[in-house]
Design a protein around this ligand. Structure first.
Ligand SMILES: [Zn+2]
Length: 283
């Protein structure tokens, strides 16, 4: 019998820090005893933690964290890591100072969409012309979506190819879309889709993708002396640190802070979102 879980729905898990043993096709869990399991991978080293989880479909999985005795914090040189911030004037800004604007044809597509939508609004209800105008709007919509996806694929590919660590801010996209000033900018540029692409491309190549907590004050902190300014409204694009006097491009400074925070997290070895190689799964 697998362990019982308190909640009946969703994904549940129990962690065992000790006293778990594997014996052939069986796993011995404290208080429960032997449970049959199918091992997908062999491993060597000491068992650190064993987590048993139940997916919503009712299947149980066991993840095993192994220590090989050589554990050390991960040191990544800053020039192999990149921090990326979402921008309003640009699609994305990187810690090395590069800024990536939205592609021109994408902007053109937006204008075209607006025209087609106005045309649609002028047609009589249930008319044949209205049907045609509606189809035209749908076509522009899907063309814009294709352009956006293509742009995001190429940019995420380039960033992952050129770096070992990719750090982004974990934005609350839904919360931001409610905010009128940011709504259009954020939803248009597909930041969430971009982060998803960065994540799977990084992880499929054994690189590190790190999301920084969105409450981390990346914009307001001087990356040189770590002095924090109290107020930095969205219209301020550049500022000088009152403490060290360094002049900052708002977005590049934020991207550098995001990169540095990611390196700090990796050095502490506490990142949950970074892809790792020492967890083996069994069913
Ligand atoms: Zn400073």
């Amino acid at each position: 019998m697998p362990p019982k879980f308190k909640a009946k729905h969703g994904r549940q898990s129990i962690s065992y820090p000790q006293n778990v043993k594997f014996d052939g096709d069986y796993i011995h869990l404290p208080k429960i005893g032997l449970v049959h399991c199918r091992r997908h991978r062999d491993f060597e080293g000491n068992i650190k933690t064993v987590t048993v989880s139940r997916n919503p479909d009712g299947k149980h999985f066991v993840s095993v964290l192994i220590s090989d005795g050589k554990e050390k914090p991960e040191f990544v040189p800053a020039d192999q890591a990149i921090g990326i911030d979402v921008g309003l004037t640009h699609f994305a800004i990187a810690s090395d100072g590069s800024k990536f604007g939205n592609p021109k044809h994408f902007v053109k597509g937006q204008r075209n969409l607006k025209r087609k939508q106005q045309k649609l609004a002028s047609k009589n209800k249930n008319s044949q012309n209205r049907k045609k105008a509606k189809l035209a709007v749908a076509k522009v919509h899907s063309k814009i979506a294709r352009c956006r996806e293509d742009f995001l694929h190429k940019l995420s590919r380039k960033i992952v190819d050129e770096n070992q660590v990719i750090a982004v801010e974990n934005l609350n996209i839904k919360g931001m879309v409610k905010n009128h000033n940011l709504a259009k900018a954020i939803s248009d540029v597909g930041w969430g889709m971009f982060c998803t692409m960065l994540k799977y491309k990084s992880e499929s190549e054994g690189k590190r993708y790190v999301e920084i907590d969105r409450w981390f004050p990346s914009s307001k902190t001087c990356h040189i002396c770590l002095n924090r300014v109290d107020n930095l409204t969205l219209d301020i694009r550049a500022w000088s640190c009152q403490h060290c006097g360094h002049h900052h491009d708002r977005d590049v400074n934020a991207a550098i802070n995001i990169r540095n925070e990611a390196l700090r997290i990796l050095a502490l070895g506490t990142s949950a979102s970074a892809g790792g190689g020492d967890v083996s799964g069994q069913e």
